[in-house]
Design a protein around this ligand. Structure first.
Ligand code: HEC
Length: 215
């Protein structure tokens, strides 16, 4: 008995799903909506009339006095450089890692500080959980069992032994137990993080007195 019930139930379920569940085509008539799938929602369509507003227009103008805020994303193209070659995209000159900030960044005295600030912010978001705010490898995750996190103040990570391009490449593709961030962090931000890590390494060697004077 239960066996027949299950068979019939399965057939009916498959039929109902098959007929009403999937709708890939467009058609003129209002569809029979057994599963509405959030088709009907209260929403505004741009460029369409809407009686909700007194002027009957769906598109709204910005509130008077609105100031356009240009974020870094709107000034610089957000690109992830997947599969692209050249120092800017892969940190290499030919087969070797290079050093220095690529010219594509168009760094000038005017925008350098903002670039570094961006790097600090991105480092705080993406790296500090493991590598620590100070870059010493003692981020929160080290307390929860992630071992062997690189300490950027160890001599082998300094710029004379560890090229900028290599640091960039580790951010992009990861290394060993560290995953890559090539799909999350745009190319320009990766370089900003490289600049910030360098800054952090150098800052460690400046006596506090002098550091205070540079500000
Ligand atoms: C989830 C934890 C985690 C995060 C987040 C993380 N790392 Fe790492 N990182 C590691 C671990 C673990 C290693 C050691 C990898 C190994 O040697 O197996 C490492 C190693 C490194 C190394 C040294 C690689 C080498 O050649 O030895 C660099 C450079 C580095 N990370 C940079 C970064 C930067 C920059 C960020 C932020 C974009 C970042 N990491 C985010 C865990 C992390």
């Amino acid at each position: 008995m239960i066996k027949y019930f299950l068979i019939i139930f399965t057939i009916v379920a498959v039929l109902v799903m098959g007929i009403f569940g999937f709708r890939g085509r467009k058609f003129r008539d209002t569809p029979v909506q057994i599963f509405p799938d959030m088709d009907v929602t209260d929403k505004l369509k741009s460029q369409k009339p809407d009686e909700f507003f007194a002027d009957g227009v769906g598109s709204r103008l910005p509130v008077p006095g609105t100031i356009v805020h240009a974020s870094d994303e709107s000034i610089y193209p957000v690109e992830f450089g997947e599969g692209r070659e050249g120092y800017y995209f892969d940190g290499k000159f030919g087969d070797y890692y290079g050093s220095g900030m690529p010219e594509e960044l168009e760094l000038k005295p005017k925008n350098a500080e903002a670039f570094l600030a961006r790097g600090e912010e991105r480092y705080g978001i993406y790296c500090s959980v493991c590598h620590g705010v100070a870059g010493d490898g003692n981020g929160v995750t080290s307390k929860y069992g992630i071992v062997g996190i690189a300490n950027f103040h160890a001599p082998n990570y300094k710029s004379d032994q560890y090229p900028d391009g290599r640091l960039y490449d580790v951010i992009t593709n990861g290394k060993g137990n560290m995953g890559g961030y090539g799909y999350n962090i745009p190319v320009r931000d990766r370089w900003a993080i490289v600049a910030y890590v360098r800054n952090m390494q150098n800052a460690k060697n400046i006596p506090l007195k002098e550091a205070a004077q540079t500000k």
